[in-house]
Design a protein around this ligand. Structure first.
Ligand code: ITT
Length: 194
C-alpha cells in the first residue's frame, strides 16, 4: 500500500481525514507518525496558498507524497472574518467556547437571513516529483443564535447548514464528513491522486 503524509497538527482534523480517506489505497501517516516535526509559517493570502505552504514544507524534508488542509469559517456579515485567520482568531490559545461566544455576540440582533456563512477547505498535494495540485470546497450555512452540540471541533457548535436543523456539532462524524467542506475537498483530491 502506498503511503502519504498528512501535514496537520490538528488532531480533530486528522480524525476526520482518516475516516474520509479510509477507503482509499493509501496508508495515511500523520507528521508525528512519519517522524517529522515541521513548524510552518502560514503566511499565504488564500486557503490554497496556505495549504500548499504546509504540504511543501513537509515535502521538502520527506520527498514523499504530502497532503495538507487549510480551512476556516467565513461569515458574510463580518466581511468573511475569521477566514484564513480562523485558527488565530482572538489568539491561537483562546478556547473555542470563547471564540464562538464572541462571534455570537458580534452577530447579536442580526436576523437569520443575514447570518450566512461557509466553511472553506483547500487541500494541497505535493507529489514525489514536486508537482502540486490544490482543490477547494465549501459547506454553506448560517451562524445560529446559539451554540449547540458536543461533536466536531472549532466553530462547529455555531454553524448550521439549515437554521432549522442540527448544528455541525450535532452531526455524527459520518454525517459531517458526507456534507462538509473537508469531506468534499478530500473526495475531489482522491480523484487527483489516481
Ligand atoms: P493545521 O494547520 O496544523 O492543519 P490548524 O487547526 O491550525 O491545523 P488551519 O490553519 O487550517 O488548521 O485552521 C483551521 C481552523 O478553522 C480550525 O482551527 C478551526 O478553528 C476552523 N475549522 C476548520 N474546519 C473546521 C470544521 O470542520 N469545523 C469547525 N471548525 C473548523
Amino acid at each position: 500500500m502506498k503511503k502519504l503524509i498528512f501535514a496537520t497538527s490538528n488532531e480533530e482534523k486528522m480524525k476526520e481525514i482518516r475516516e474520509i480517506l479510509a477507503d482509499g489505497d493509501y496508508e495515511i501517516l500523520s507528521m508525528a507518525q512519519a517522524g517529522f516535526r515541521v513548524d510552518v509559517e502560514e503566511n499565504g493570502a488564500t486557503f490554497e496558498e496556505n495549504a500548499r505552504i504546509k504540504a511543501q514544507a513537509v515535502h521538502d524534508v520527506s520527498h514523499t507524497l504530502v497532503l495538507a488542509d487549510d480551512s476556516g469559517l467565513e461569515i458574510d456579515y463580518l466581511n468573511k472574518e475569521p477566514g484564513i485567520l480562523s485558527a488565530r482568531y482572538m489568539g491561537e490559545n483562546t478556547s473555542y467556547q470563547v471564540k464562538n461566544a464572541k462571534l455570537l455576540e458580534r452577530l447579536q440582533g442580526i436576523p437569520m437571513e443575514r447570518r450566512t456563512a461557509r466553511f472553506v477547505c483547500a487541500v494541497a498535494a505535493v507529489f514525489e516529483d514536486g508537482r502540486c495540485v490544490t482543490v477547494r470546497e465549501t459547506m454553506e450555512g448560517y451562524i445560529g443564535y446559539e451554540a449547540r452540540g458536543d461533536n466536531g471541533f472549532g466553530y462547529d457548535p455555531i454553524f448550521y447548514m439549515d437554521p432549522e436543523g442540527p448544528s455541525n456539532s450535532q452531526l455524527s462524524m459520518e454525517e459531517k464528513n458526507r456534507l462538509s467542506h473537508r469531506g468534499k475537498a478530500l473526495k475531489a483530491m482522491k480523484k487527483e491522486l489516481l
